[in-house]
Design a protein around this ligand. Structure first.
Ligand code: ATP
Ligand code: MG
Length: 564
């Protein structure tokens, strides 16, 4: 297993930036931005872009802006803006006072459009959306010029003003760049720059009824903010000539370099806001922050740490070719981070009652138990021990197979941080025959964990005191989808949702210290995995825990198999 790299990673984007530094392009300055559209919550794919943009700025002594790319009023909301701000902050990045909104540039963008019209680089077109599509041509055939392409500058200025003033129906007119209908790159065949859309905007209200298209707004927003490196995902590669055409045409002072990288795809989930919105709207999950969601809010609630997510993003690196990253790698990063810092505590998910026949009824002892055997800095706590305990059902078998070393009639085990106990009898439910209570005796000489006569036990099991432990709900999560690539399968992607992605256990018992925690601290429940308090669903006296990740590192195993 590769260790976390602590030296800054190198990749083709950093090489381009270092090259620009050498040649003094941008005068050695580095300015990046993370430009989400506030039409959904951020997901782990966005985290890759956040880490890349903020990471590069920090590494080269530059700055990274947070910009809401809010140029399409439908679907954009303040709730999404708030969630984006919260999530980027939580991931550990700071944009200082550089929070910008593309919608703040509407007036400036409008003036840029006027300038293009004046220079005969843009025209108002009266073709319908369908007609524009028909005129566009195909990959093998050139497009046809619009009959409105040669309108005079005056007419274009007048019509554009009317579009802006709300004198025309939605879709009646559009502003188009006058480039080349025969260009081999379809993006360059007189793309639409502005359309009429009478939709309320969450920030500008009804002030505007024309809205700039992404390709027009994005390059100019970058230029206005004096960005040097405009890093985006691969699907914008064909749009780069347009990005450059607009900035060249307007002779803007700042002309950033667009650089494309492969977006993150993750197995067993979907990373597209449109699909995630569908999961939320149709109730397949409880919300954007459902712990099964690949959103930052979901992962946070699940108990993933920002450190683990950043380490994951660093490890996957950036490349130019699309691939699907194994979800197990992300889980590995979470496990690796929590292994170091999560306090160890005891919890029983499926309780089985154990009575220690020779332990005095009213006696209670407190066992001083370290929170982290390898990390004494985390300290210790006192765990109460009494005559009646709960252990995990699966740690007892009445008729064990040969290799079962835990508790069974006549067998002795050690209780974690406590005594040796030996099973001397069971009580069964007369109807079902199921063992409902196990009777044991303890050896008072084994408090230290060793028997004075040197005898050994083959297993140590976890436990809680029945009287002192508290009741808790625990949620166990599995993959959201049953197949690695739900979008690559036939039919609707929701068909492949995993019906067993959530299991809720309502009869769990946890050690008493966990009654008072309030934060989203994570714990290792010994032998069971890492768990995190669910702040939303916990109620006083009855905490709810989410299992962050299991203890087993299946990724390391898989990687090992591949090597063979
Ligand atoms: P989605 O496809 O999920 O709707 P989007 O690209 O439309 O995402 P934006 O809000 O426009 O979402 O994305 C903001 C930034 O995050 C963009 O620069 C985009 O390139 C980047 N980004 C989005 N998805 C991914 C991904 N899966 N991997 C890496 N970067 C991504
Ligand atoms: Mg987008």
């Amino acid at each position: 297993m590769a260790q976390i790299q602590h030296s800054p990673p190198s990749d083709f984007i950093r090489e381009i930036i270092e090259d620009h530094s050498r040649t003094k392009r941008f005068k050695g300055r580095v300015a990046t931005r993370f430009p989400p559209e506030p039409n959904g919550y951020l997901h782990i794919g966005h985290a890759k872009s956040v880490c890349l943009n903020f990471g590069i700025a920090a590494q080269y002594g530059g700055a990274c802006n947070l910009r809401m790319d809010d140029t399409d009023p439908s679907g954009e909301t303040q709730e999404y803006v708030d969630s984006i701000i919260r999530d980027v902050k939580w991931l550990g990045f700071d944009w200082e006072d550089r929070l910008y909104y593309a919608s703040d540039y509407y007036e400036q963008l409008y003036q840029y459009a006027v300038q293009l019209i004046k220079e005969s680089k843009a025209y108002v077109c009266s073709l319908s959306a369908d007609e524009i599509r028909e005129h566009r041509g195909t990959l093998t055939e050139p497009g046809k010029e619009s009959p409105y392409r040669n309108r005079s500058v005056e007419e274009n200025l007048d019509l554009f003003k009317r579009m802006q003033a709300g004198e025309c129906e939605d879709g009646a007119l559009v502003l188009r760049a006058r480039i080349d209908m025969a260009s081999p790159n379809i993006v360059m065949r007189d793309p639409v720059l502005y359309r009429i859309k009478r939709t309320h905007h969450y920030r500008t209200g009804n002030q505007w009824c024309i809205y700039p298209m992404y390709d027009f707004a994005h390059c100019l927003s970058d230029s206005i903010e004096k960005i040097t490196h405009s890093i985006c995902t691969l699907e914008f590669e064909n749009n780069r000539p347009l990005y450059d055409w607009i900035l060249d045409g307007l002779k803007t002072e700042c002309h950033p370099q667009q650089i494309e990288f492969a977006r993150l795809n993750l197995s067993y989930t979907v990373l597209s806001k449109r699909r995630l919105i569908e999961l939320v709207r149709k109730g397949y999950v409880t919300g954007w922050d459902d712990p099964r969601m690949p959103t930052i809010a979901g992962m946070r609630r699940r108990g993933y740490t920002p450190e683990a997510i950043r380490s994951f993003c660093e490890r996957i690196g950036v490349a130019k070719n699309d691939s699907i990253i194994d979800m197990a790698l992300l889980e590995h990063c979470v496990r690796e981070d929590l292994n170091e810092k999560a306090p160890r505590v005891m919890a029983v998910l499926h309780p089985l009652r154990v009575v220690i026949d020779n332990y005095p009824e009213s006696r209670v002892e407190e066992f001083d138990s370290p929170y982290h055997p390898q990390n004494p800095i985390l300290g210790s706590r006192k765990v109460p021990f009494s005559r009646v305990l709960y252990i995990e059902q699966e740690d007892f078998m009445e008729n064990p197979p040969k290799k079962f070393y835990r508790l069974s009639p006549g067998r002795e085990v050690r209780l974690r941080y406590g005594y040796f106990i030996k099973c001397v009898g069971v009580v069964k439910d007369p109807k079902t025959g199921q063992v409902v209570e196990v009777h044991c005796t303890y050896d008072p000489e084994t408090r230290s964990g060793f028997a004075p006569d040197g005898r050994k036990v083959d297993a140590t099991i976890h436990w809680v005191s029945a009287e002192h432990s508290i009741s808790a709900e625990v949620r166990l999560y599995d993959r959201l989808f049953q197949v690695a690539n739900p979008m690559g399968e036939e039919g609707d992607f929701t068909k492949y949702l995993n019906p067993k992605s959530l299991e809720i256990l309502t009869t769990c018992r946890v050690e008493p210290g966990l009654a008072t925690i309030k934060s989203e601290d994570r714990f290792q429940f010994e032998r069971l995995g890492y768990f995190c308090l669910d702040l939303k669903d916990s109620i006083p006296g009855r905490p709810a825990f989410n299992r962050v990740v299991t203890l087993r590192d299946s990724w390391a195993k898989l990687a090992g198999q591949e090597k063979k």
